[in-house]
Design a protein around this ligand. Structure first.
Ligand code: BEZ
Ligand code: FE
Length: 289
């Protein structure tokens, strides 16, 4: 197309794509460019606004490296990461939630009932449940990765004062699908807000806080991987998670126990002290097609 105008530019873009372009790529790009062009016309995007947006993206590139990806963080605070999770979450599984940047490979094995708390400060908690399929049957081959912040709201890889792999574990469940571990209650924390994402949050009067949470990745042969989080029902940031990760089905109650219940003690290796809390949650996986 030689003479492109604002009514034909979207069509012209499509015409430039080679006929051999992968059909899915062509479809996704066509819809993306369609919405981008419509958006530009709808808001009457000015050169100054366009330069500002490019400046934010350039800043994101400059601040990003092996330890930090500001583009993912933009996706998180704009709700894009959570929307991708929701669009791809099967109905017959526990809802998924954001992975976040603090997961690391190689966490040590922890037996079912093992202790993650060690010398960590904070309220002692037993987290437990079963890994089940959509009929409620246990999945005996399931494995899980667990990671969380310490009581100060920092992950081990953000805090030189914590030992390597503090509050992180890999667990393999038995035939009953049961998982259980003792730990401490994690704390709410802020997403990194000293870069372009922080600038955007500030310009829109938003705070950078996330409600406290446990992270899990659950895997089992024949099932779709589940990446998810659990949030306490009394967290002050439950209704305003900076990255939109909270789902009704991921909210748990910390039950306070002021006397040691023998059934609780029998389930974990660490010696319980009062008060402690219990969190019960079954993680449900969906079969692969
Ligand atoms: C996290 O939960 O670890 C997280 C998720 C998104 C952005 C920053 C942190
Ligand atoms: Fe997190």
């Amino acid at each position: 197309m030689r003479s492109v105008d604002k009514d034909t530019i979207t069509e012209a873009f499509l015409g430039y794509c080679h006929a051999d372009t992968d059909p899915r790529l062509r479809f996704v790009l066509e819809r993306l460019v369609h919405h981008l062009h419509d958006f530009t016309k709808e808001v009457g995007l000015t050169h100054e606004e366009w330069r500002k947006a490019i400046g934010l993206l350039t800043g994101a590139g400059e601040i990003s490296g092996p330890e930090r990806n500001e583009f993912v963080l933009f996706s998180d605070v704009l709700g894009l990461s959570s929307l991708v999770d929701m669009v791809n979450s099967p109905d017959d599984a526990t809802p998924s939630s954001v992975l976040g940047p603090f997961h690391i490979l190689g966490a040590p094995d922890l037996p079912v009932g093992g202790d993650l708390r060690k010398d960590n400060a904070g309220a002692p908690v037993i987290v437990r449940g079963r890994i089940i399929d959509s009929t409620g049957a246990p999945i005996s081959t399931a494995e899980m990765e667990i990671w969380q912040t310490a009581d100060n709201g920092l992950y081990s890889n953000q805090d030189p004062a914590q030992p390597d792999y503090n509050l992180r574990a890999h667990m393999t469940v038995g035939a009953d699908g049961v998982y259980a571990f003792t730990t401490v209650r994690p704390a709410p924390y802020t997403v990194p807000d000293d870069g372009p994402v922080g600038e955007l949050l500030q310009a829109t009067g938003r705070h950078p806080w996330r409600p406290s949470h446990f992270h899990f990745i659950v895997t089992a042969d024949g099932y779709r991987n589940l990446v998810t989080e659990l949030f306490p029902d009394d967290d002050p940031y439950l209704d305003q998670d900076a990255v939109f990760g909270v789902r009704e089905g991921l909210i748990v109650h910390y039950r306070r126990k002021d006397t040691i219940e023998p059934a609780d003690q029998a389930q974990v290796a660490a010696e319980l002290t009062v008060p402690y809390y219990t969190v019960d949650f079954d993680l449900q996986l969906s079969k692969t097609a």
